[in-house]
Ligand binder design. Structure first.
Ligand SMILES: [Mn+2]
Length: 243
């Protein structure tokens, strides 16, 4: 069994289309959306593309912001019909899968206990272990921090799937994870200048221009993004300075 985990699409339809085109060439048994799908320029279109694939969905923190019509997120909510809103509201915080070669896999957004938990490539091991307390899994796949990593902590393998739509990898592309029989951290290339024009044309409000620039057009270095997330979590850069 092979599973594609697509996190943090953030309504970036051209990026999602590029990944799904790759999955047409290399089919998988399951597609799992790891949250933060529907805040961004093409919420309805991204949702429908994944529904058409029979995807399973985990909720992210941005799904709650959209459903609560929080500030700029109101725009995305207005693009979802009643059926779509009900579907999004029902998404679980995590899902479990059995993947040959990997064992019991948990897919979540921030961590199994919170879709706002910040786990990075540099998060100290004791912090990760505490976040995973009580979790019964061989592999935990998370998103939310928009960069890829593959760590072994507390007897488990912790995977950062990266972000399809708004990656902080120091290079452009759509980043995701392929599970089974091992874990492959994947990057799908696409035309980001053309994509940016399509995304801008939606007139999606909020930080779109800043997100496009920092993730795709002039990508900030990965280490800078990791240090930013660690500071945001109150951890003063974690191990990023040593990385
Ligand atoms: Mn998130």
């Amino acid at each position: 069994m092979r599973v594609a985990v697509l996190c943090d699409v953030h309504g970036n339809l051209p990026a999602l289309e590029a990944v799904l085109a790759e999955l047409d060439r290399e089919p998988v048994d399951e597609v799992v959306s790891g949250g933060d799908l529907v805040w961004g320029p093409f919420p309805s279109e991204c949702l429908e593309l994944l529904r058409a694939r029979g995807s399973r969905f985990v909720t992210g923190n941005c799904e709650r912001l959209v459903l609560d019509a929080d500030g700029d997120h109101t725009w995305a909510l207005e693009r979802l019909d009643a059926g779509q809103r009900a579907a999004v509201a029902a998404w679980p915080g995590m899902i479990e899968l059995d993947v040959d070669g990997l064992g019991r896999v948990v897919v979540c957004h921030g961590s199994p206990r919170s879709n706002e938990e910040i786990l990075t490539a540099a998060t100290p091991e004791d912090v990760v272990a505490e976040a995973l307390t009580g979790v019964k899994a061989d592999v935990v796949v998370c998103g939310h921090t928009h960069h890829q990593f593959d760590r072994r902590v507390a007897g488990m393998r912790l995977i950062g799937a990266g972000s399809v739509g708004v990656p902080y990898e120091g290079e452009a592309g759509a980043f995701w994870a392929l599970l089974g029989p091992d874990v492959e951290l994947r990057r799908t290339r696409y035309e980001v200048e053309a994509a940016a024009a399509r995304l801008r044309a939606t007139c999606c409000p909020g930080r779109l221009e800043e997100l496009l620039r920092s993730s795709l057009l002039e990508p900030v270095p990965r280490e800078e993004a990791i240090a930013h997330f660690e500071r945001q979590a109150g951890r003063d850069g974690g191990r990023a300075a040593e990385a």
